[in-house]
Structure formats: C-alpha cells, structure tokens
Write a protein that binds this ligand. Sequence first.
Ligand code: PBG
Length: 323
Amino acid sequence: MFRRHRRLRENKVIRGMVRETYLHTSDFIYPLFVVEGTNIKEEISSLEGNYHFSIDRLHEIVDEMREVGVRSVLLFGIPDHKDECGSGAYDDNGIVQKAVRKIKELDPEMFVITDVCMCEYTSHGHCGIVHDHHVDNDETLEYIAKIAVSHAKAGADMIAPSDMMDGRILAIRDALDENGFKNVSIMSYSAKYCSAFYGPFREAADSAPQFGDRKGYQMDPANVREAMLEIEDDIDEGADIIMVKPGMPYLDVIRLARDRYDVPIATYNVSGEYAMVKAAAKAGLIDEKRVALEMLTSLKRAGAKMIITYYSLQAARWIREER
Ligand code: PBG
C-alpha cells in the first residue's frame, strides 16, 4: 500500500482546503523613497515600477496604497545635503520628518515605519560616524537615538533601525521612552547581512559607501548561529519585531528564528531579489506573477509574518484577482 498524495490535489477546492500558507495584503509593508523638490514622481531605474516622490506628490501613492489595501509604509529619505555626521537625518525639517507629517495628514490611519540609518545622509555613505575609516559604534548610537526621536516627534508609528551597530535597540528604546514615546514600537533589522542583493537600493537611495564596505558591521552571509545571537540581544534590548534581511537567500535563518523566538518576524525581500525577478520576466524567462507570488509565499512558509517588498502593491492586486 502506498499513500495517494494526489487525492488532496485533485481540484481547486480541496487544494484550498489543505493549503498551509496564505499571503494577505495586511502582511505587506511598502518601501517608499521620498526626495526633496517639487512635482517629482520619477521611476527608479534600478527598481522598475517604484518611484521617487517629492512631498507634494505623495498623495498619489498614498491614494494608491489605500485603494489596493496596503496600509503600512517603510520610509526612506534622500536628502539634498550630506555631511560627515549625517545631520539631515535628525533635522526636524528633514525629508523623512516632512514625509511622515504629510502622510499622516493625508491618511492618519496609514501605519508609518521609518528606516533609521545614516548612510543616505553621510557624505562617506557609511551607516555611522567614521574615525580613521572605522565606524565608531558608541558615538553612532547617540546619533541613531536622536534620529529615532525626531522621527517619532514627526509622528512615526514604528522605528526600524538598519545600521547594525551594537546596542542600538537599547539606545533607541531609552531615548524614545525618555522623550514620551513609550508607544512607538521598534522593528529591528536584527539579522541584516552584508549582502550583494542591496545593489539596486543603493542606486535608488544614493547610499553606497564611498570607501571600503559594510563588512565591519553587517553580518557575514555564511553565519546563522550569529544571527540568533543578534536576534536574542535585540529582543532583550526591547525590539518588538525582529527582521531577517535579505529574505529569499536566508529562508533557513527565518525558519530557525521562528522556531526559537516568539516575537513576530519580518523579512525584507530586498531590491536585488525584486530586480532579479523583474529582469528575468522582462527577458521572457519566467512568469512574473507566479514567480513573485511563489517567492513571497516562501518567505511566509519559512516563518515570516510581515514582508517588506517592492511588490506590495502589485501583489495586493494579484491577490485580489485570485479571489
Ligand atoms: C540602509 C539600508 C539598506 C537597505 C535598507 N536599508 C542598504 C544597505 O544596507 O546598504 C537595502 C534594502 C534593499 O536592498 O531593498 N539604510
């Protein structure tokens, strides 16, 4: 006797009944790039279908998000001015702060998450304060905390530090609490790898390091036990949600984190993952819709709850079609 697995694959209804993993539009977080200037909606060449928006045109994307049911946004700012200490990042009139206020004005129920990092704001492109070509961890923490507080002041619901400095969650939690933002949550880029999959993003955000690389602070792609230590520390320091980034090449990390920890897990389906699917589809090699949905489903199956993806809006439309 052998088991007839195919019985449960006979038709759509039974396949639906036994399906273990579903994508929901509420799982998606949409990364959005905001620039200074006016009347700008410019396609990002490295991330087809995604745009740089100036503040005065944000209503277009906010309306679109509402229309497709994506209710959560992760904001990145591209400032006009960069300096050694990334002062644009904690300016109360900085690009992200203005964008947060605008989005909350346009749609008070939009859940606004801000990426907290210095690389888009520093002239050297590193994620912290640099001395002798080395990013100073503890000095950077003071800046990171200051940036987080200024985002919270502008109205951010959640802070997402992506710098990979040690002790940043504790520094941010303390600073938020001291400034009256006890209810602003933290999603930590806990296991953020030093990945070549960020290429298209660095073009979109103009944040490539001007010398060296990020190996001194981001994680070695070869390590998984180290990721568990990073996650454990972030939970201890007060992270509400932990993240594994990138997504698809690190499904094992997501799974292990899911098995070990009970905090919600997010994953970032990064720019390179998106761009690969786009490019292959364009070359006529794959079916974009099926591959994209399969990729996103695999992230949930591995154990992620939330998915930060450039496919958010498109996937929301596809999911709606399927119904
Ligand atoms: C750093 C940051 C990066 C990404 C998100 N936040 C780039 C980096 O670490 O170099 C990458 C996201 C993507 O590739 O989609 N602020």
